[in-house]
Ligand binder design. Structure first.
Ligand SMILES: N=C(N)NCCC[C@H](NC(=O)CCC(=O)O)C(=O)O
Length: 446
């Protein structure tokens, strides 16, 4: 049976803003406190989703989260009406307040880790929401993410949903951003590559010194166990601590894989040769596996971070051509643009690059690949997905109208404390759960 690698992009939420919350994420800190455009951000995301749909890809939408997160503030002792909770938190704890306003759930590469049914012992598609423990503003996401995923992939004959890992940094898990699956065909058993930043229970092991390693080996191993993967179809690689310390806060900022191609930077991994050999061994030699390694002299780590060359999507079109979906930053950088142009003339499966403007997201350190969660679905599984979350001409028009109706063109930090913004957000999300037939997934609805 044929299988597809579907992309589920995060719909940017109404409070999208630049709060400088992510130590280790260069863009987040560089653009802190700039004003944002929630409307433009959401529409940029919808444009990319629609473009992939029009290319014949299976494309879906993952709903945003309720922000400002009032229940998170009440858990921290802020009391009174919703408006009073917002006002007192915004004035007494502005850093915390900015964190509970973040629309960071748009980066759905961090929503969960997904293992296709062809890899899992029980023959179902497995989802584990990421606990995102390393950053407070992201740690607010997993419970709601889990409810939204269960409303999208509801049929438990085909889909298995796990609770996110323990909310402790020893099990820090950032989801699919640190997970890649290589295979000869999406429908066939593949090799699942887990990339971690540090060991949690062995401080003698290498670790970054300047910026945090968000993903632990122990978290990645737990996910593999929960998903029913085997030793023969999993590989655990450590990210090079030196690149984490330069600002590569997820593996998907320095490497990306799709089907039988792993596209990565020379300095991406620790013990690279040993790791690549293990991948090759487990992938087998029945069909070709392409390692496309970019040398530092071709593209430096710093340029990879500023252009997000590796936070690109690698997709196979229905005609089987492999295409790179890149941010326009890659087009605007002469060296990276030259590299990509030459790459398409070489004898690799990659034939073309398509550029998209996702600047609102890029300014917070999220590129095209951050914005999507990949889910491999065979025909039966695809038919079991909630149809209201799958992109179509109609859904594209409906969601653009919805954004035009509810989203602000411009948001400044001061606007975040406006009680009206909470009302606008909740009104928008309540309507969205009708459009996408999600049920009452938000705590304000329960
Ligand atoms: N690479 C992947 N897969 N995802 C990108 C996530 C970017 C996100 N930025 C933020 O959360 C910034 C929020 C702010 O500063 O307003 C992060 O650091 O977790």
């Amino acid at each position: 049976m044929k299988a597809y690698e579907a992309n589920f992009d995060g719909l940017v939420g109404p409070t999208h803003n630049y709060a400088g919350l992510s130590l280790g994420n260069v863009a987040s800190l560089n653009n802190a406190r700039n004003h944002s455009s929630p409307k433009q951000a959401a529409k940029q995301g919808l444009q990319k989703m629609k473009a992939l749909h029009d290319l014949g890809m299976v494309q879906g939408v993952l709903a945003p989260q309720e922000r400002p997160d009032i229940s998170a503030l009440r858990r921290l002792g802020f009391t009174g009406s919703d408006a009073e909770v917002m006002q007192s938190a915004a004035s007494k704890a502005p850093e915390i307040y900015r964190a509970v306003c973040s629309a960071s759930s748009m980066w759905t590469a961090n929503a969960a880790t997904v293992s296709p049914s062809a890899d899992a012992a029980d023959g179902r598609v497995h989802f584990t929401p990421a606990n995102l423990t390393n950053k407070y503003h992201r740690s607010l996401e997993p419970s709601t993410t889990g409810r939204i995923l269960q409303a999208m992939f509801a049929n438990n004959q085909y889909f298995a949903h796990h609770q996110h890992l323990p909310d402790n940094d020893h099990f820090g898990d950032e989801g699919a951003a640190n997970h890649t699956r290589l295979c000869s065909d999406y429908a066939k058993n593949g090799v699942e590559l887990f990339v971690y930043g540090r060991y949690a229970f062995d401080s003698s092991k290498p670790a970054p010194q300047r910026f945090p390693a968000r993903q632990t080996l122990e978290a990645s191993q737990a996910i593999a166990r929960l998903h029913g993967l085997t030793e023969s179809n999993t590989v655990f690689l450590q990210q090079n601590p030196a690149v984490i310390d330069q600002g590569v806060f997820h593996n998907d900022v320095i490497a990306v894989g799709n089907r039988n191609v792993l596209f990565f930077h020379e300095h991406a991994f620790l013990n690279k040769q040993q790791g690549l050999q293990e991948i090759q061994r487990k992938f087998g030699d029945a069909s070709p596996l392409h390692f496309i390694e970019v040398a530092d002299k071709q593209v430096s780590v710093a340029d990879a971070i500023s252009t997000y060359l590796f936070n690109t999507q690698l997709i196979n079109l229905p005609n089987d051509d492999m295409v790179i979906i890149a941010p326009t930053e890659c087009q605007e950088h002469a060296g990276v643009y030259r590299y990509l142009t030459e790459l398409c003339q070489q004898n690799t499966p990659i034939k073309e690059v398509k550029y998209f403007d996702v600047k609102q997201s890029m300014q917070n350190g999220g590129g095209p690949a951050c914005l999507r969660l990949r889910v491999v679905l065979n025909e039966q599984e695809r038919a079991a997905v909630n149809p209201a979350v799958l992109m179509s001409e109609q859904l594209f028009v409906t969601l653009n109208n919805w954004v035009d109706k509810h989203y602000r063109d411009r948001l400044t930090e001061a606007d975040l404390a406006d009680p009206q913004l909470l009302i606008e957000s909740r009104t928008a999300l309540d309507e969205l759960t009708q459009i996408m037939q999600l049920g009452s997934v938000y705590s304000f609805q329960r």
